[in-house]
Design a protein around this ligand. Structure first.
Ligand code: HEM
Ligand SMILES: *[C@@H]1O[C@H](CO)[C@@H](O)[C@H](O)[C@H]1NC(C)=O
Length: 536
């Protein structure tokens, strides 16, 4: 009820603002679907898609690689999967395309005033301070951590999980515990105890956080959130008190997080000399903070927010990607066997030279593993769509021209300050022009044939948009990649993955991030049931 009254009141102000702004930026000449309602536009339809990509792929087939959709109150939005447009917006424009304000505010609620929610100059400072912690040499030092925790998970499976033959395992639950333990140690030397299921209060609030906070929000909550775009700055600190169960859960999670990180931080800063040799991200940031330059300093709140940001952005993303990969491998047993053979051959070489563990070079030499990771990132992008708002007027170039409503061919699109863009990551990753005619099927071997030098350069890794790109691209992409390589090698060497005997229909559900769910079995939470057995 509260929400209804508030939404009604704010609608009036918002409507006036939008009508005013719309006069300046009509995209009517660009073709696109007409919205189901003026109030909600496509927002509800888009957020409640049965599966990620359902709407995007359909629209792209109908209108070409760039089209127009509508948000609340008739706000026109440019939606695109165009390679040059991606390159322009993410790579070439610096901070001219910022996150939509309500999206940044949602991130702020989940992660505090850290790198994910910061915009413009503040973001630039955060990023500059965080970058050294994610350099290639720094990340090499994490490899042993990835392997140790990965092996711990495998041992748990052997000891407890696979006691019955062909047991169905919810692999993504285990992978999320594994990646949570990893990010805890790597980010701030904290043991979440997730694999041991110690019921640590922090790991408890993170389990299923997306299902609890973003899945199936009511349409009034969706509208209320989009109204944040029109609020004066002074109101922003209060929106987190939105009286719904979703926001209560977010507040609860944040409170617990701050308590726990506060403790870790106090222990850590007790004696500066003890930090020598410590490699976790927080130790690195605390050392950097000793510098005189205010541009390399973070306040206490910003520091804890970075830890919250890393935990939030850095575990389910990686765990889900691996789950989708294992699911594909269950459906592609030949490819799975090829990977296992490659991993075992590499292991023999490692043992023969007197080592026990894979080095980064060993992992990089396993092409079929690497290609399966690339192909899964392409096919199942966890972050499937990114919204941006133009700061200044601009012109967006297209590599795939489109036909306007009046039949003209369009090669570039003029943009007004304030214009909204919806960048369809999942559609870019499926463009046949870029990935080949079979772009709609999962086929890792495509990376053997594709000449990536002929593509428009967009993303940080394999020219995919899955990690985004440019000044706001994923800071953890290389961390995640090494982590996935290491975990995949340990897992596939020991276990074989197949589809369970009982039929589960897996759906790719849009819940902020893309998560796997079993159709009509929401009570299970986010799960990926697979049949796991010891590999022969
Ligand atoms: C497969 C795994 C991952 C995927 C697909 C992924 C994807 C992304 C994407 C698309 C963004 C841009 C979001 C936006 O613009 O709103 C992003 C940002 C970010 N990611 Fe990742 N990520 C992954 C793993 C990780 C890991 C392991 C970490 C940390 C160790 C991490 C830390 C971050 C941070 C801190 C940002 C914010 C960067 C900024 O705004 O400057 N991510 N990620
Ligand atoms: C970083 O240094 C500044 C200036 O000395 C200080 O105000 C701030 O609290 C420090 N931040 C942390 C997280 O210790």
């Amino acid at each position: 009820m509260h929400l209804l009254i508030l939404a009604a009141f704010l609608s009036v102000t918002a409507a006036l603002t939008v009508v005013f702004r719309r006069r300046y930026r009509s995209l009517s000449y660009i073709r696109g679907p007409s919205p189901p309602s003026w109030l909600f536009g496509h927002d509800i339809a888009f957020l409640r898609q049965q599966e990620v990509g359902e709407k995007d792929f359909k629209w792209m087939k109908e209108y070409g690689v760039t089209w127009r959709i509508t948000s609340h109150f008739g706000t026109q939005v440019l939606m695109t999967a165009d390679p040059k447009a991606m390159q322009h917006v993410f790579h070439k424009s610096g901070y001219n395309y910022v996150k939509r304000r309500d999206h940044a505010e949602m991130s702020r609620m989940f992660t505090g005033p850290g790198i994910i929610s910061a915009q413009g100059e503040v973001h630039q400072r955060h990023r500059k301070i965080m970058n050294p912690a994610f350099s290639a040499p720094q990340l090499r030092t994490f490899l042993t951590l990835f392997q140790d925790i990965g092996i711990k998970m495998c041992d748990k499976w052997k000891g407890e999980v696979l006691d019955a033959p062909d047991k169905t395992v919810y692999v993504n639950k285990w992978l999320a515990r594994t990646t949570l333990d990893i990010i805890g140690e790597a980010a701030f030397a904290y043991d979440y105890g997730a694999l041991d299921q110690r019921n640590d209060r922090l790991s408890k609030v993170y389990s299923n956080i997306f299902v609890k906070t973003t899945l199936h929000s009511s349409k009034w909550l969706i509208l209320w959130r989009s109204m944040w775009n029109y609020f004066p700055d002074a109101l922003m600190p209060y929106i987190k008190y939105t009286p719904t169960k979703e926001h209560r859960h977010i507040r609860h999670a944040t409170r617990i997080f701050q308590e726990v990180v506060g403790q870790v931080f106090d222990d850590l800063t007790g004696d500066v000399s003890e930090k020598e040799g410590k490699k976790d991200v927080m130790s690195i940031l605390v050392k950097a903070n000793a510098s005189e330059d205010p541009k390399s300093q973070l306040s206490y709140t910003e520091m804890t927010a970075q830890m919250q940001s890393l935990t939030f952005a850095g575990h389910e993303t990686t765990a889900s990607t691996l789950s989708w990969m294992l699911w594909e491998l269950a459906k592609h047993p030949d490819y799975q066997a090829k990977m296992r053979a490659e991993i075992r051959a590499t292991r023999s070489a490692v043992l023969a030279r007197g080592d026990t563990s894979f080095t980064i070079d060993d992992l990089d030499s396993m092409t079929s593993v690497l290609n399966a990771i690339k192909e899964t990132l392409r096919f199942h992008p966890i972050v499937f769509n990114l919204w941006r708002e133009a700061v200044n007027d601009d012109v967006i170039p297209l590599s795939e021209p489109i036909i306007s409503a009046t039949g003209e061919t369009i090669h570039s699109i003029p943009i007004r300050a304030g214009q909204w863009l919806s960048m369809s990551i999942c559609s870019y990753n499926r463009l046949p022009q870029v990935w080949g005619e079979d772009a709609d099927s999962w086929n890792p071997d495509r990376f053997l044939d594709i000449d990536q030098t002929k593509q428009v350069r967009v993303g940080v890794f394999a020219n995919l948009m899955t990690f985004s790109a440019g000044v706001r691209g994923c800071i953890g992409w290389r961390f995640s990649l090494i982590e996935m390589q290491a975990l995949a090698a340990e897992l596939l060497e020991r276990f074989e993955f197949g589809l369970p005997k009982e039929h589960y229909e897996i759906v790719r559900v849009p819940a902020g991030l893309m998560i796997p769910l079993v159709k009509d079995r929401l009570e299970l939470g986010s799960v990926m049931p697979l049949q796991v057995s010891m590999a022969q």
